[in-house]
Design a protein around this ligand. Structure first.
Ligand SMILES: NC(=O)c1ccc[n+]([C@@H]2O[C@H](COP(=O)([O-])OP(=O)(O)OC[C@H]3O[C@@H](n4cnc5c(N)ncnc54)[C@H](O)[C@@H]3O)[C@@H](O)[C@H]2O)c1
Ligand SMILES: [Zn+2]
Length: 678
């Protein structure tokens, strides 16, 4: 049975974490102290449960808690070798664990264990960090909170900060918490309710004080020409710039992107003080670890053309990289980890919005959320005084901290298609659906396009949440829908790397019965549709300068000449030659173009279910349900071909294992000699 202290801690954490005003995503940590029976001695033992490294308060469960013995944890004070070697104390926490100890103890464990209170919250509320980053935060603290909240000067999180806070609590018995300079807040209480109330009182009192005493335009007047464009213009410009921006963010390492045109961002970008404030960068360690020390801001007005913006962004990128390298060189010591890439993670475009980047969509989205937190912090700090984040040497000490580096080294190896963004046409059913599922399972972000929105969305939801897959309408015969789908993909995930031309349909008729409409329909969907998709997508791939893969699901029938198939097979042959033509044309951009020739995929296929299967079964004199088995018997390997087999081939084509292969068709037909390629 869980300890009541644990139950209380989880529910308090979940409540605090559910409201973004209280802390940023995955930011902050909470703890409770309580007694359990030591299974070894049968004696009572005092424990501290504290949110472990990583994880979010809003969704914290008991599995996310570290459990330490309080007596042993506090004994560390006797062996603490001093601030220069405080990092060693993190390894020492392992010797304080109770049982297996639960989640890995975080760097903030010291603060929770050493503060003499049964319940402790450490949070990163925008309102609290605004006070923490105000240049006169130390003077503001008593003005705002009286003697209930004490100022703790900036110190990197660690054992010494825990000792500092513990000492301040002892010296100020009336205090309910403190403002941690440059960083956040910590509050405590004798009961869980008291602790929660104290946290909320600090957060709300800070916010109310800023609202009442802050100046009206903390970011200065609106800069003429930098106001938000209309919604339609914003999205169009964002989509047009996105491939270039992704290429900038991915110069050192491929990134996935997130775009927001939230009002808070647009207002900031329209303000006179935005350039100077953006240059100061973020302050809370949680913020700049995800946003990099500072963003890159386009210094052109909202109505600057896409061409002019791209040209200027190129210059700014070079400046940003030089600036970041300078920051590294100024601050690195001989034992610092190597520079981790000098590209911006946050790119701000006045009038349009913010692009944020990360190794996956969730990380990219959270980086953007953190910059919104930083904007709120800057607004609050500037409203009362002057925003003064911690200085760059301290930022560097955190960014290139050995403990932070160790965390990065512990991260699981990325999946083979991590950071890659795929658009699969006709992916609500059959082969396309199997491909979308496989690419996502291998780490790609996937856009499911199909004729029917509800079906496309259902297929996407079956794959995962909107950080993994989205569904949208894309009739590949309509150029405007194709362009809209490519734009939507680019806005959802920052770019595009893999395009699968899969949409198709099959009408099997002899020549004399094939109508002009039959011919046009099949050619429009398959030959013309894949031409339109390849064209719109290739523009993005070329601008991104990250190479990419275009895959055509053509067919055995692109080379095999059977009866009753003039329109279908002719358009499949057209698709197959597009593969070769585009492989030749796009190779110079590092874009590979390959095809897959499936045959006899009955299971899951809408083509077969929609009448084609019945007519084929009738032709062969077998029951429709046995068609798969019938086809299998015709193959050299005597195996039924499943949608997953086609998906396997699509996956392999996108991996680095086939990095030197373009213009190829892979037969996935269990062996049909008449369709051998030569
Ligand atoms: N099933 C097979 O044996 C087989 C063999 C060789 C090639 N293929 C090819 O594989 C592809 C997928 O076939 P499947 O068997 O999975 O069929 P399916 O019917 O299950 O899936 C095709 C999907 O394409 C969509 N689609 C049709 N017209 C569209 C348009 N204009 N725009 C966007 N989407 C459209 C459909 O709505 C459907 O969801 C097709 O190109 C097909 O020719 C299939
Ligand atoms: Zn913190």
């Amino acid at each position: 049975m869980a300890n009541v202290a644990v139950d209380q801690l989880i529910s308090r954490s979940n409540r605090l974490g559910a409201d973004p005003k209280n802390t940023n995503y995955a930011g902050g940590n909470t703890s409770a102290k309580g007694t359990e029976t030591d299974p070894v001695t049968g004696e009572p033992v005092e424990l501290v449960w504290v949110k472990g490294s990583g994880g979010d308060l809003g969704t914290l469960t008991p599995a996310g808690l570290a459990a330490l013995r309080l007596d042993r944890m506090r004994s560390l004070v006797n062996v603490y070798p001093g601030i220069d070697r405080e990092d060693e104390m993190v390894a020492a926490f392992d010797y304080c664990l109770h049982g297996k100890g639960g989640a890995a103890p975080s760097i903030d464990t010291a603060m929770h264990g050493l503060v003499d209170a049964p319940h402790v919250d450490h949070l990163h509320p925008d309102s609290g960090i605004a006070i923490a980053t105000a240049s006169d935060g130390e003077e503001l603290t008593p003005t705002i909170f009286g003697d209930k909240v004490v100022w703790v000067p900036w110190r990197r999180p660690g054992f010494q900060l825990g000792l500092d806070i513990a000492a301040i609590k002892t010296a100020n018995p009336q205090a309910i918490g403190c403002i941690l300079g440059g960083h956040g807040i910590t509050a405590w209480g004798d009961t869980t309710d008291e602790c929660e109330a104290n946290s909320l009182w600090i957060i709300d009192t800070a916010a109310a004080y800023i609202a009442e005493h802050g100046k009206a335009e903390p970011f200065g007047a609106v800069r003429p020409g930098f106001e938000a464009l209309s919604s339609g213009e914003r999205l169009a410009k964002a989509a047009a710039l996105a491939p270039t921006l992704r290429s900038i963010a991915s110069h050192d390492r491929a990134m996935v992107g997130h775009f927001t045109d939230a009002e808070v961002v647009l207002d900031f970008l329209a303000s006179a003080n935005a350039p100077a404030l953006a240059e100061l960068g973020t302050s809370c360690p949680d913020h700049f670890l995800r946003t990099k020390v500072k963003p890159m801001l386009l210094d052109l007005p909202a109505d600057a053309s896409v061409e002019d913006s791209i040209a200027r962004l190129g210059e700014l990128h070079q400046e940003y990289r030089a600036d970041y390298a300078g920051y590294y060189e100024r601050n690195a010591t001989p034992d610092s980890p190597a520079i981790r890439g000098a590209d911006p993670l946050i790119i701000l475009i006045p009038g349009v919005g913010m692009f944020s980047y990360g190794a996956n969509k969730q990380t990219a989205r959270v980086a953007g959320e953190f910059y919104v937190n930083a904007i709120n912090v800057m607004r609050g700090a500037e409203a009362l005084s002057t925003y003064a984040p911690i200085d760059e040497s301290e930022k560097f000490r955190i960014e290139y901290w050995a403990l932070e580096e160790a965390k990065l080294q512990r991260m699981p190896k990325p999946k083979p298609l991590a950071t890659r963004i795929a658009l699969v046409t006709g992916a609500a059913s059959g082969i396309g659906k199997a491909i979308a599922e496989r690419l996502a399972a291998e780490g790609a972000c996937v856009v499911v396009g199909d004729l029917d929105l509800a079906k496309a969305q259902a297929a996407a939801e079956g794959i995962g949440n909107a950080d993994v897959a989205i569904g949208l309408v894309c009739d590949v015969t309509k150029p405007d829908q194709v362009q809209a789908a490519v734009d939507a993909a680019v806005l959802a995930f920052g770019g595009l790397d893999i395009v699968v031309n899969n949409a198709g349909l099959s009408l099997s008729k002899p020549l004399l019965e094939t109508t002009e409409a039959d011919w046009d329909l099949q050619h429009n969907v398959m030959a013309k549709g894949s031409f339109l998709v390849s064209k719109a997508a290739a523009k993005v791939l070329i601008e991104q300068k990250l190479g990419g893969d275009i895959i055509y699901i053509s067919s055995k029938n692109s080379i095999f000449a059977g009866p009753n198939n003039i329109a279908y097979s002719a358009t499949k042959a057209d698709q197959a030659h597009q593969v070769r033509l585009l492989a030749a044309e796009l190779g110079g951009h590092g874009i590979k173009v390959n095809g897959i020739n499936p045959d006899g995929v009955v299971r899951g296929s809408g083509i077969f279910a929609g009448g084609w299967g019945a007519s084929r079964a009738a032709v062969y004199g077998v029951a429709e349900g046995d068609l798969g088995k019938y086809y299998a018997q015709r193959t050299l390997l005597k195996r039924e071909v499943l949608p997953e087999n086609i998906a396997n081939a699509a996956f392999v084509l996108c991996t680095s294992d086939l990095s030197h292969t373009t213009g190829l068709h892979i037969p996935v037909d269990a062996g049909v000699a008449a369709a051998f390629l030569r």
